[in-house]
Design a binder for this molecule. Structure first.
Ligand SMILES: [Zn+2]
Length: 170
């Protein structure tokens, strides 16, 4: 049985990473599929990447609009754990002057959850990182990081639970 760390625990270390303002734009998402070990005998795994990417691209557009971040050019990339800090599920780097940001989300191939659950978690990551972006104009320091992380998680939980309640009602 694999224990999955609680979000609050999982997200804390990545805050340090979030404050790195250098933005490195890497060639976008399809590279992952090309580089994935899915290859010849497991097309369904590769399909999960395509499905996840389509799903997250749609969600990114929706949440970007809801969070009034439409003036940002935001890229999304599915990555393997070696591109993330240990025990984190994603990160965001931004360049405030250029209004560009790049969100990295752990690939579904590396999740230990069932695919539908992994998708929900990946959406959480996208919303979480967008909230960091919304807060990026605020002053911050070492002491505020962990408080911001908790606040961002609380807001993400609240927004997603409202959103998912709405979809269930329909
Ligand atoms: Zn965070």
């Amino acid at each position: 049985m694999v224990h999955r760390p609680d979000h609050w625990v999982a997200w804390l270390p990545h805050r340090t990473r979030t404050l790195l303002f250098s933005v490195v734009f890497l060639p976008l998402p399809l590279a992952l599929i090309a580089a994935s070990p899915a290859g010849q005998d497991s097309p369904t795994v590769c399909e999960q990447c395509v499905t996840a990417e389509t799903f997250l691209t749609q969600k990114l557009a929706i949440w970007q609009k809801r969070l009034k971040l439409e003036d940002w050019d935001i890229g999304l990339k599915l990555v393997h754990p070696n591109e993330l800090k240990p025990k984190t599920l994603g990160n965001i780097h931004w360049d405030s002057d250029k209004k560009r940001a790049n969100i990295k989300v752990l690939s579904p191939l590396d999740f230990k959850l069932a695919f539908p659950e992994a998708l929900k978690d990946m959406e959480f990551t996208v919303v979480h990182e967008l909230i960091h972006l919304q807060l990026s104009s605020l002053p911050r320091n070492e002491a505020s990081r962990s408080a911001e992380e908790k606040a961002v998680n609380t807001l993400t939980d609240a927004l997603l639970s409202l959103d998912r309640k709405d979809s269930d009602a329909k």
